[in-house]
Design a protein around this ligand. Structure first.
Ligand SMILES: *Cc1c(COP(=O)(O)O)cnc(C)c1O
Length: 384
């Protein structure tokens, strides 16, 4: 191995020869390559079957999935609950849909919402609650379902990173009202750019499909009755998606082998210095391995991520400088609300402990077992 090569969380997804051959065959045989091509409908059907839901709508990105869902769920000025540990895309989709993001704390040791802060943050303006299962770790639990259903809130799962994770025999992204997925290059099912929406609700399905098809109305069988955007997935991406879906379980197994090696080499175990983060469920998808470092003082996880980077291991924690999303300049004005003290440590105590102690390690297609050996050694040295 070349010792100067970065062991990197950024990568190009594997494309098998058969996948590329299939793609060429689709291009040759397809009557159309637009989002109205048969292959897109086939991809949607395959998604609905795989995930065991009634409706799947293929779209051009995960952010498009979120935006379309929010456009059809909230009115301008409505509040949307979202976690303080997350990504800018979720918050951007809320803002672009005219919503007001309201931030909730995590549960102790998991990405599920902390019920107490939900009760503090909910108001008469709240219309939806978004969960973000980061790195494939579930963020859904029964307490949040009860909370949302009692208040008539739409539960939207931003399942971009948790595609394929299963809890209690169900897929993450199929337990709320709408699941929004990404098929961006770095995600488990990779079409370069792309995404899809899953739901069992006919009303949501109809409206989201219409919005992503420039407002096309199935009732009127025409355009111009309602507005929308062109968020259709192209036929080429759908063809890639079909091949990727047929390989998904195998890919998850490969990633789980890498996770098993990390866990073995790092001595990850209940009660040990490093423990696996909560929410791995019955089947974690292997997006990344998230670990908790015991007794981490404030700022420790970011120091470890910095030292790993200096030692040639780039992790998501380093890449995103993982912190509270309220620190993004675009979100600061929403954090200026009497429901918060303005001090993140007091407002989000559970998220604070997570941010201080979280170590996230890559397990994607281009990480080899040798890479894991090398990187685990370096992490050992850093933690010694
Ligand atoms: C990748 C990602 C998105 C956005 O998906 P795109 O397809 O890149 O638009 C949204 N939310 C989360 C949690 C993500 O990881």
């Amino acid at each position: 191995m070349n010792d100067n090569r970065m062991i990197d969380c950024i990568f190009k997804a594997d494309r098998s020869q058969s996948e590329l051959t299939e793609l060429i065959a689709h291009i040759k045989n397809a009557s159309r390559l637009s989002g109205d091509a048969d292959i897109v409908a086939q991809f949607e059907l395959a998604l609905a079957n795989y995930f065991g839901v009634t409706y799947a709508i293929a779209v051009s990105s995960g952010t498009a999935a979120l935006h379309a869902t929010l456009m059809e769920t909230i009115q301008s000025g409505d509040e949307v609950l979202l976690p303080v540990i997350g990504v800018p895309m979720t918050a951007a989709a809320i803002i672009e849909a005219g919503g007001v993001p309201v931030f909730y704390d995590a549960s102790p040791g998991s990405f599920a919402p902390d019920l107490e802060t939900l009760l503090q943050m909910v108001s008469v303006k709240t219309k939806a609650l978004i969960t973000v299962p980061m790195w494939g770790y579930s963020a859904f639990d029964d307490a949040l379902r009860v909370f949302a259903v009692e208040r008539g809130l739409v539960i939207i799962e931003d399942t971009a990173q948790a595609l394929g994770t299963m809890v209690d025999g169900k897929f993450e992204g199929t337990r709320g009202h709408v699941g929004c997925f990404s098929t961006h290059e770095f995600k488990l099912l990779s079409t370069g750019e792309g995404g899809f929406v899953l739901t069992n609700d006919a009303y949501h399905a109809k409206r989201i499909r219409s919005f992503t098809h420039i407002g096309f109305s199935m009732d009127e069988m025409g355009f111009g009755h309602r507005s929308g955007l062109n968020y259709k997935l192209s036929a080429l991406q759908a063809a890639l998606g079909l091949s990727q879906l047929s390989r998904l379980d195998e890919k998850i197994r490969e990633r789980q082998e890498k996770i098993a090696l990390w866990i073995h080499l790092l001595g990850v175990a209940p009660g040990a210095r490093l423990t696996q983060f909560g929410g791995a469920g019955d089947r974690h998808n292997g997006y990344s391995l998230a670990l908790t470092l015991a007794d981490a003082p404030p700022g420790e996880a970011r120091k470890v991520a910095q030292r790993l980077f200096d030692a040639g291991v780039n992790t998501d924690i380093y890449r995103y400088q993982q912190s509270y999303i309220v620190n993004y300049p675009m979100l600061r004005r929403f954090y200026n609300d009497p429901r918060y003290t303005g001090d993140c440590i007091r407002d989000f105590p559970n998220a604070t402990r997570i941010i201080d102690s979280l170590i996230v390690l890559p397990c994607h297609d281009q990480i080899s077992f040798t890479d894991i050996d090398v990187a685990a050694c370096r992490l050992h040295a850093i933690l010694a």
